[in-house]
Design a binder for this molecule. Sequence first.
Ligand code: PLP
Length: 395
Amino acid sequence: MKEKKAIKFETKVIHEGYDAHKHSGSLVPPIFQTSTFIFESAQQGEKRFAGEEEGFIYSRLGNPTVKMLEERIAALENGEAALAFGSGMAAVSAVLIAMTNTGDHILCSQGIYGCTFGLLEMMNEKYKITHDFSAMETREQLLEAIRTETVCIYVETPINPTMKLVDLQMVAEVAKEKGIPVVVDNTFCSPYLQNPISLGCDVVIHSATKYICGHGDVIAGLVVGTKEFISKVAMTTQKDIGGVISPFDAWLLLRGLKSLAVRMDRHCENTEKLANYLLEHPKVEKVYYPGDFRNSEYEIAQKQMRKPGGMISFTLKGNKETAQSFMNNLEMIKIAVSLGDAETLIQHPATMTHAVVPRESRKNMGIDDSLLRLSVGLESWEDMRDDLEQALEKI
Ligand SMILES: *Cc1c(COP(=O)(O)O)cnc(C)c1O
């Protein structure tokens, strides 16, 4: 790109980080399917290892296809630099391990991804790095939860699967006063709907497996932050733990990204229509959707999200068995975990994604046994509605 001025998201998502003229004019970025890179001389090798000359060394330390993806995601999240990983959890673990030492404390939003919870438990058991949860509803509540040992505030918003929101600007302001970095898992929004760095947060993580890939065929993760932080992660937890992404998977993400804005618009449009349908249905008890103006989350959604997203959770009038037979009645909608794919997916958090969370904690997080989570896909919303309708009729 010749000029950097005010390029819109929809353009960056297609062009950023790739210059075709450096690659024989290939319209599409090439896949550098190589493990290592040849030095022109022993001295060049020495300089590259010493960091005195830019250039690739070995694909665990960097790869041209992967670098294109990293530059693109950094631009989309308005960050200085980025790193790609072999999974969302490789990204989460690389960040949290890089940030903490024995005795430190991590303050988390009220709900976090199940395996992130598992990682924090492990870090506590093995390395005495403790964690707590806070609803972060007000400044006062957040200030009260911060300890002298707190080195990181870790937030997911919307929170999975209850779709509760955290006010990122408020959290960033409090954290700044205290000198504590804020890490946001932005998976549920994708960079199209929410940009935590622009709201004052420090680090953004994505499970790129979800909306960024968008086609259900890759497991991958991304981290965006300052040059200083990203280079620290690159030189420590990424290099030495080694959860890197393959060049082919990076290429698939560059491919998926091109349609992100278009896909998200359709995901959001379909979701709003289905949420309105479910809100009216007599067999539906409660709908959790940030775009519902009757919902207390609505104002925060308006403030920090471009649109309310592609996820809905809802409870049926009944119990676990009602929820399960409803799922079994569905025909077009598929029963599966994960989200952000073209296919509409439904899952039952109490027995699937959050089965590891003890029943009592699940209750505290608002995860009822009849709660269902729907990742609204790109099919015709009328076909989705008809499928929900016939499945609801049968219960
Ligand atoms: C899926 C997910 C992860 C983990 O990502 P993987 O790519 O499966 O390792 C982390 N956070 C959130 C919010 C997720 O949905």
